[in-house]
Write a new protein. Structure first.
Length: 279
């Protein structure tokens, strides 16, 4: 069975203070608290979707990582989303942006703590020749890195998608998210040696109010039902990343600790207010 790695999609949120972090914690202290007290073995870096990362930030991460801890890093939206904004021309891979992104995360990659890169694509992106040409050129731009693709349109659910990703040695990101609009159903496919599952929550107001999109706390019963899926994915991969993105009010941290317990991998926090809030 592959290595199961559990984390959250980000760790630095003001709304986590007094819920899963102490109320007086400084932002600069949150990463150490996440790694030292919650005893998780990965985190998904999400801010890199909104802004190009700084090399200095990743140099800092590489210097202060605990043993057995690694990162997954989300690609910048300028690479994965902006090419799809125009309907007048075929999307192009901005190789300059890709090179800048790789340079920024290089310290993490050289330290051996970069698990994979996550590329999330917009709902407006549909399967077809143009899309696959773009996806394969994106893979080539990040040659040497482990890539995982997350689709946001259920039109991608097909044996052909899974087959092509396997042929290209690109990972598939399975998602648990509300079944509204074009959003993807859960397809626990494994297409490379890295498996990936993101828990987005099941808030059905996803498209009605973006401010509550990730406002959802999974129940223990809901997470128990996911255990066979996770174990199956782990059995078909070398590493499976389980990342909780339901970050509103600390729900992601509460749920990842619950999942850690359900999988028999629990390492309790040393201190803090998490368990009082979670169980």
């Amino acid at each position: 069975m592959g290595d199961i790695r559990l984390g959250t999609s980000g760790y630095s949120f003001g709304g986590w203070k007094g819920i899963v972090y102490p109320s007086n914690i400084r932002e600069s202290e949150m990463f150490a608290y996440y790694t030292d007290y919650f005893r998780l073995n990965t985190v998904e870096i999400n801010y890199t979707y909104y802004t190009m990362p700084s090399r200095k930030v990743f140099e800092s991460y590489a210097r202060r990582l605990p043993d057995e801890f690694d990162f997954t890093v989300k690609l910048y939206a300028g690479i994965t989303h902006e090419p799809w904004l125009s309907a007048d021309s075929a999307p192009d891979v901005d190789t300059d942006l890709c090179s800048r992104f790789l340079w920024a995360i290089e310290p993490l990659a050289e330290s051996g703590r970069l698990g994979c890169l996550l590329a999330q694509f917009p709902p407006r992106m549909y399967p077809g020749r143009v899309s696959w040409d773009y996806l394969l050129r994106l893979r080539d731009a990040f040659a040497g890195q482990k890539l995982v693709y997350e689709f946001r349109n259920k039109a991608w659910v097909s044996p052909g998608t899974i087959s092509k990703l396997k042929q290209a040695d690109i990972g598939y990101c399975a998602v648990d998210e509300p079944q509204v609009g074009p959003l993807m159903p859960l397809v626990p496919a494994v297409t490379s040696d890295v498996a990936y599952l993101r828990f987005h929550g099941r808030n059905t107001k996803w498209f009605e109010d973006s401010s509550v999109r990730y406002d959802y706390l999974y129940s223990e019963r809901e997470l128990k039902k996911m255990l066979p899926t996770i174990k199956s994915m782990a059995g078909r991969s070398k590493t499976v990343y389980i990342q909780f993105n339901n970050c509103h009010a600390g729900a992601a941290l509460r749920n990842v600790k619950m999942m850690q317990y359900l999988l028999g991998l629990d390492v309790p926090p040393l201190q803090g207010v998490l368990f009082g809030a979670a169980f």
